[in-house]
Write a protein of this length. Structure first.
Lengths: 1087, 456
């Protein structure tokens, strides 16, 4: 320990003097005080830079070690002290005075009671960090705003000394300048072969072809490289490559992720991304469409499709899940994804509390999340399938036909209207037609235990009979014990328990083009603010899309009728404004006219046509009931007094009595309904001439004929629509859903209501911009947003250089890494904005730089001086991504099938991996390999099942797409070696590569080996390498010669046919050799 | 990884397998436990029919669960709609066992003989009411996907004690269905992927892609790797990137695994009395019994975290019959594993854990009949047990009220359990952290209290 006692003096001159004398600098710093500085801190002090910058040196320390208790989070704050606000921090910092600074005192104290951070925080300051804080305070403790929250200004491009002739563009000026400060000199250009391989892999994810290599190596013109770059950027392979990155960011998957992890279809969105990249859509537009394409004026199908980005999050179908809990988690996921992907902010930290490090409050978080809160969606869906909001992916042809059919339907509806107005029919009683034909009439007057003779198919039935038979009608049964009690007409059934429901069998499975009606007498004793009561219906549960129809009392005992294809997006729903009274008999009736419109439904209470509230009015696909799992058409009996729903805790159990159930296969007229309500005598009916006239009209032959025409037209349109696939997209609710802040994000603990808004610390929301997702996108891309452009260029820098200029691409906040080249980052960010967010332009700029093109070889000296290659005085190297490694092997062997887009494919995968994890999803129960071309598609098309992603991809750090990932891990494990050596996909690639080189280079083995090596690594083998290969070939061939059956076995791996023209021993030996090449460093590393 | 490797040793014929240290370098304090075998009972076993004896439920069988007990606890959507919540007494006989007098039902005849070696926690509770979030919570510390699993944290923090095998091995009972499992349960989350659990399977391919392709012998593979090694040596001379050496080290590890894994999986050398102890299923690869036996073999080779999963405990209905099957499959092997470890002296530094993701309700889901009942998910209390190093023997911690509905004494939250588990391995759960997306994450989030009372 050193103790200094000094008298106050002119500091600068003193320092200067001391420096000349070679006296440690800390001595001067502390000369004005009596502070005991531990040795290590003093030593560290000497190594510090001359000027301590708040953002680059001090804030990372304060943020990481102090803000937990002295930061923005009010809940966690200790001693009422904030070190994130200069005026508050000032009282403990005491700028320029070490002696009087309590902060200095605390950080060097060894007393557990005094020291900061306190021992129980598990946080510590290193000697260097302590010295940094001391020096900063000593220099005046100047504060600066966090660098990333200040909009980037275009910095001056540094001028270089003449010696640095290597510079190709501005990037190099920035890089070289900083390297030279470190005493580093950039490497020379990489060899042509390596450079071509590097740039081709980087921009397309595929290796260069033999022709490309030859052309480039031979092209001596100065533009040779640029020509190649332009061609690569133009290629659709480049679009696929960029899409691969984007799929991680967008957490794209082909399954739902949670619980059943069932099937979803989102690949059309992925194909849109490919197309957008292929067209080099400006990035601002690209992101705007994805965030808010649906909100653009006259949004096109593509603009809506783009918004599927927001629906790629995992979803649950677990029975019993609480809908709102999960719905909110999807809302949060969207917000956090946007926060990470576009802003580089760790918004998620503020879900539970004010951000501990960044000035993002909990309110900021929930205001931001509110942008994504406003769609009609479910928290708990079915196991398999897509759920609304949805976009029907019709093609132009279908659009034409549907437009035509719509026109025809409109014309026919008009004709019917005209007929209705003009046809002359009687309007006096006595001339009405007979009562309409019934499908069902149950008086509910009798009940008895089922007999074997009641069974519809006794042979099939085994075991005891358990059902009750109603009204001696084998079509009407109950597994429970509804009681017979005096009713409205004769007896009625009394339902008390939850297992008393009634089934009516052999009722047609109504399509929505079919008119039908039904009703009953109800006397309910229940009104539950959270529950509904089903009168009757066929509508199913989550695993069959709730498909069918239902007629029920809601929580207010209002009458409701729904006709459902799938919730929450494809159905019609109406409800009465009035309720049925408690403990009073009411006649409840619905009629539906087959129009597929809410307007075609009428609801009656006690024979009176009710005013209706239209809950939802969009039905365009079949409403016929389907089964669980396979979703094939299945007729379900009509269930009375309980819904078919389960899993939600809202089973629609009716309490009370029912009487006189009717079902009709037509839309009853008001007169007919009235007759059912009051069938005593015609005189007593309170009928009007209007009702009679309407009734007679409905039964007029011309109207019947028109109805028939309409039904046919609608049926044709329906059949067309049924075949149309749909993708999950965004669609704003007409009315804003109230958004709240929640205590620790818990769905059942709302704290206060919030409006949409962006974090306060960032740029202002642009004036006159709608406060919705579209406004959010405008805000994101407005010139004064400090983050968007920086985050974008950083991510693409990372794609090409392995590491971003900010090494934490997901975190530009105070806890994130500082930019290694802040000026370059800003220069690139501003350039990107100036150039209208041209991504390919940005990529070109980067790959044209010498920094990118330089050789990656290194020396011990360089390794020592810059082990992480932060200063980029050599080319970057890292392991290629999972997809690129596989695609390289496919391309080298010639197996690669270059087809753009389409359904995800299932290449080879060890058996049983899906079923061993779960058997809830019907569609994804077993992994079934898709044969043929699908085996050899680029890896971005490989099916992603989140709970069991492809193991060969996982081995190479492909994420399972649960959350937005903007930076993959890059590891090195034995499992990777096992995949490359033994995965049938790679073994087959080796074999086919072995065949290919024999076919293409018939004459010499050396030529074959050279070609194989070049195809897989992009360069020709050196002599020494060739010797090793020759040696390996000979020993392997000898082995196969001795055991020819081994050769036969090896050649059988994979579906691709064996070339019978070739010598199997040669092919087998070359297969091992090709496998060795595919396992060679340069086949999977970027060099 | 690279920094631990000696480039000269690598290209030489043999180098002593190194033990790979974890990020902590050495544990925070001397660990009592060297390795863990976690027998995960997926689907949530009914504590009320196995360990948590509540005679009152039998007395009140069929009567309504008093609201004073339920206290508005949220229910899953599966029983929230039920009009009534009839209490369901167990149909199984409970008896006290051993010197410790622990209550165990006759569903567990083998385990009940070992109670004096066991440490029960009857006051476990969790926050999730459904399987996916609950199992994700107990295995990763968060209800939502994305975090590393317990085994991954340990691999990351403590490294490996065996250079020929992964430090975190996962075994699933084969052809046993029930609530889904997810690779994320043994996933590395945001930790580097070498820390993910490696699944060992019954059958010819015990680790994915472990076997040489058909027609390639071990000798031929060795030859191939030797040549690859020569090529990479040249490459290293040329490029100078130490990553090349690190890669080759992994190729060697892969090669060693090709021998070490099948060796482990081949139990044919086990004597008959061992098979008899684990029960008849232990001769059928992929069963829970066979996996228990494998777990012992893995523990013998110092695999640090051995995670078994056995599905099928989700008995919403038909519980009396279904739970019998489950117990028949698991009781004997579980007990045998503990006995076996004890006989070998391995229980001194091995910890065995048995338990599921939550408990089950004291009322019946669906109709309560004389012979049948079901139980819904119940997060408010459940029972787990441990055996082995660092925990008290013949000991019970915590308890529930007489309805078996609420914890009455010494509650143990899932994060407390996780904190204690890490502690036993010498890790302070607050200090094993990983910085990701701007925040230091840990297994126990911002919670977790060490359950000191169960420690020796």
């Amino acid at each position: 320990m050193w103790i200094y006692y000094c008298k106050k003096t002119d500091k600068n001159s003193y320092i200067l003097a001391m420096k000349k004398l070679g006296i440690p600098v800390l001595l001067m710093v502390l000369c004005s005080c009596s502070v005991e500085i531990p040795d290590p801190v003093s030593q560290a002090y000497e190594a510090l830079p001359d000027e301590i910058d708040f953002n680059f040196h001090v804030k990372p320390i304060l943020s990481d070690r102090c803000y937990k208790c002295h930061g923005p989070d009010e809940q966690a704050r200790q001693a009422d002290l904030r070190l994130d606000l200069p005026h508050e921090a000032a009282r403990v910092i005491k700028a320029s005075s070490i002696r009087r600074s309590p902060l200095v005192h605390r950080i060097i104290s060894a007393d557990p009671e005094e020291m900061m951070p306190p021992p129980d925080s598990n946080l510590k300051l290193t000697a260097e960090e302590k010295a940094t804080l001391i020096k900063w305070i000593e220099q005046g403790a100047e504060w600066k705003d966090h660098w990333a929250f200040i909009p980037p200004q275009k910095p001056q491009v540094p001028t270089l000394s003449d010696s640095q002739v290597l510079a190709q563009n501005e990037i190099d000026h920035f890089i070289f300048q900083q390297a030279s400060h470190q005493g580093l000199v950039p490497n020379p250009m990489a060899s042509k072969e390596r450079l071509l391989r590097r740039v081709t892999m980087d921009l397309t994810g595929l290796p260069p072809t033999m022709t490309q290599i030859k052309n480039f190596v031979e092209d001596q013109s100065p533009e040779a490289y640029e020509k190649v770059v332009d061609e690569l950027l133009e290629s659709s392979a480049c679009a696929e490559r960029l899409t691969m990155e984007w799929m991680d960011l967008a957490r794209y998957a082909d399954s739902h992720g949670l619980h059943a992890d069932g099937w979803r279809m989102m690949w059309p969105w992925r194909d849109w991304v490919i197309k957008a990249f292929d067209e080099n859509m400006p990035y601002d537009q690209f992101v705007t469409w994805q965030l808010a394409g649906d909100l653009l004026d006259n949004a096109t199908r593509e603009q809506k499709l783009a918004t599927a980005f927001n629906r790629n999050h995992p979803m649950t179908a677990e029975g019993g899940a609480i809908d709102e809990e999960y719905r909110l988690s999807y809302v949060f996921d969207r917000a956090e994804t946007a926060g990470t992907a576009f802003l580089g902010l760790t918004m998620n930290c503020a879900r539970c509390h004010d951000h501990k490090f960044d000035p993002v409050s909990q309110k900021d978080y929930y205001q931001f999340a509110a942008f994504f809160n406003n769609i009609k969606e479910l928290g708990m869906t079915g196991d398999d399938g897509n759920y609304g909001p949805m976009l029907a992916l019709t093609d132009a042809e279908t659009d034409k036909i549907t437009a035509f059919l719509d026109q025809e339907i409109g014309r026919e509806e008009q004709r019917r209207d005209t007929l209705t107005r003009n046809l002359k029919v009687a309007s006096v009683p006595g001339q009405t037609t007979a009562s309409p034909p019934k499908i069902v009439h149950l008086p509910l007057d009798q009940i008895r235990n089922q007999r074997r003779s009641d069974l519809r198919d006794p042979a099939k039935h085994k075991g005891p009979l358990k059902n009750q038979v109603i009204d001696n009608n084998a079509r009407a049964t109950s597994p429970g014990n509804p009681q017979l009690v005096p009713g409205k007409v004769g007896q009625s059934l009394h339902f008390t328990g939850e297992y008393d429901e009634l089934y009516i069998h052999d009722v047609p499975n109504f399509e929505w083009t079919q008119a039908f009606s039904g009703g009953l007498w109800v006397n309910t004793t229940k009104r539950d603010s959270l529950k509904t009561q089903t009168l009757m219906g066929t509508a199913g549960e989550k695993n069959n899309f709730w498909r069918g129809w239902d007629f029920f009392l809601d929580s207010q005992n209002r009458l409701n009728f729904r006709l459902i294809h799938s919730l929450p997006h494809n159905y019609i729903h109406v409800s009465t404004l009035d309720s049925v009274k408690l403990s009073t008999w009411a006649h409840a009736f619905f009629t539906y006219d087959g129009s597929g419109k809410a307007g075609g439904i009428k609801l009656y209470i006690d024979g009176r046509d009710q005013n209706l509230d239209i809950g939802y009015d969009r039905l365009y696909k079949s409403a016929k009931t389907v089964g669980l799992g396979a979703h094939e058409l299945i007729d379900r009996p009509v269930r009375v007094a309980k819904s078919y729903r389960s899993y939600t805790g809202e089973n629609g159990v009716l309490k009370g009595e029912l009487d006189e159930i009717y079902l009709f296969g037509s839309s009853l007229t008001t007169l007919e309904v009235h007759q059912l309500y009051n069938s005593q005598s015609l005189q007593e009916r309170q009928t009007t001439s209007d009702h009679i006239q309407a009734h007679n009209l409905a039964h007029h032959p011309e109207i019947i004929d028109s109805d028939h025409q309409l039904k046919e037209l609608r049926q044709r349109k329906l059949e067309l629509m049924n075949a149309i696939p749909e993708v999950m997209v965004m669609e704003e609710l007409p009315q804003t859903r109230a958004a709240f802040a929640y205590r620790r994000g818990a769905y059942d603990a709302p704290m206060y209501q919030v409006e949409t808004g962006t974090p306060e610390i960032l740029n202002q929301f642009p004036e006159g911009t709608p406060r919705n997702r579209l406004g959010l996108a405008k805000w994101l891309f407005s010139g004064d947003n400090p983050l968007t452009a920086r985050v974008t260029v950083n991510r693409y820098w990372q794609m090409l250089f392995g590491q971003g200029l900010v090494s934490t691409p997901h975190d530009f906040g105070v806890q994130g890494a500082l930019p290694t080249h802040p000026h370059l980052l800003d220069w690139l960010a501003v350039t990107l904005m100036e150039q209208q967010w041209d991504i390919k332009g940005l990529l070109k700029l980067m790959v044209m730089s010498h920094t990118y093109r330089q050789s990656s070889s290194t020396t011990e000296e360089k390794l020592r001086m810059d082990p992480q290659n932060i200063y980029l005085a050599r080319g970057t190297t890292y392991r290629l991504s999972a997809e690129m490694i596989r695609d390289n092997a496919l391309a080298a062997s010639g197996l690669l099938v270059n087809k753009l887009g389409g359904e995800s494919v299932r290449p080879y995968q060890p058996e049983g991996l899906w079923i061993e994890k779960g058997n809830f999803s019907h569609k994804l129960l077993h992994y079934r390999v898709t044969r043929g071309d699908s085996l050899y598609r680029r890896s971005l098309y490989t099916f992603v099942k989140r709970s069991s992603p492809h193991p060969a991809m996982t081995a190479f750090d492909a994420p399972n797409r649960d959350v937005c990932i903007v930076k993959r891990e890059n590891t090195n494990t034995p499992l990777q070696a096992l995949v490359l050596l033994n995965d049938p996909q790679f073994v087959e690639c080796s074999r086919v590569l072995a065949q290919r080189v024999q076919q293409e280079a018939r004459d010499s083995l050396e030529e074959q080996i050279g070609r194989a090596f070049q195809l897989a690594t992009g360069r020709s083998p050196k002599d020494q390498e060739m010797q090793i290969f020759m040696n390996l070939f000979n020993t392997q061939k000898e082995h196969f010669r001795q055991e020819p059956e081994h050769a036969q076995e090896l050649l059988k791996v994979g579906d691709y046919p064996v070339d019978p023209q070739l010598n199997p021993l040669n092919t087998a030996a070359l297969t091992v050799l090709a496998s060795t090449i595919l396992n060679h460093d340069e086949a999977y590393m970027k060099r | 990884m690279a920094s631990f490797l000696d480039p000269i040793g690598l290209f030489g014929q043999s180098s002593e397998p190194l033990v790979t240290p974890g990020s902590l370098g050495k544990p925070h304090f001397t660990p009592k436990v060297k390795r863990v075998i976690y027998l995960f009972q997926s689907g949530a076993p009914s504590q009320l029919d196995l360990f948590d004896y509540k005679p009152l439920l039998n007395k009140m069988n069929g009567e309504e669960l008093p609201e004073s007990v339920r206290q508005g606890q949220r229910l899953t959507g599966m029983t929230a709609g039920q009009a009534s919540f009839p209490l369901a007494g167990t149909q199984f006989n409970f008896q006290q066992h051993g010197n410790s007098g622990a209550w165990v039902s006759d569903l567990m005849p083998y385990t009940s003989k070992l109670v004096d070696d066991l440490c029960f926690i009857k006051s476990m509770y969790t926050e999730a009411i459904n399987h996916d979030p609950a199992i994700t919570f107990i295995q990763t510390g968060s209800q939502f996907p994305g975090r590393p699993s317990i085994g991954s944290w340990l691999s990351y923090g403590l490294g490996s004690d065996n250079q020929n095998l992964p430090s975190f091995v996962v075994l699933l009972t084969k052809d046993k269905y029930g609530q889904p499992l997810y690779s994320r349960l043994w996933g590395n989350g945001f930790l580097p992927s070498q820390h993910q659990g490696v699944q060992f399977r019954a059958g010819k391919n015990p680790v994915l892609y472990l076997n040489n392709p058909p027609g390639v012998t071990d000798a031929s593979r060795r030859e191939q790797l030797d040549h690859l090694s020569q090529l990479e040596a040249l490459n290293y001379q040329d490029i100078g990137d130490p990553e090349i050496l690190a890669r080759m080290a992994q190729y060697e590890m892969a090669f060693r695994m090709q021998t070490s894994v099948p060796e482990i999986m081949d139990t044919s050398t086990e004597p008959d009395y061992i098979y008899d102890m684990y029960g008849p299923d232990s001769r059928k690869p992929g069963t829970y019994a066979a996996n228990c036996l494998l777990a012992r073999r893995l523990a013998e080779r110092d695999v640090k975290f051995i995670q078994l999963y056995h599905q099928g405990w989700d008995q919403h209905g038909n519980l009396p019959k279904a739970i019998r099957t489950q117990c028949k499959e698991t009781d004997q092997p579980t007990a045998a594993l503990i006995k076996d470890l004890k006989q070998r002296g391995m229980l001194e530094d091995t910890l065995v854990i048995w338990g599921g993701e939550f408990g089950r309700t004291n009322y019946s889901q669906g109709k309560l009949t004389e012979i049948d009942y079901g139980r819904d998910h119940h997060p408010k209390c459940f029972t787990i047990f441990m055996a082995g190093a660092g925990v008290k023997k013949g000991f019970t911690w915590g308890g529930t009220d007489e309805f078996g509905y609420n914890v009455a004494a010494n509650p143990v939250h899932v994060h407390d359990f996780q904190a204690t588990l890490l502690h036993l391995l010498g890790v302070d759960h607050e200090r094993l952290t990983f910085k990701f997306q701007g925040r230091r994450f840990r297994l126990t989030d911002v919670h977790g209290e060490l359950v000191k009372s169960i420690l020796t």
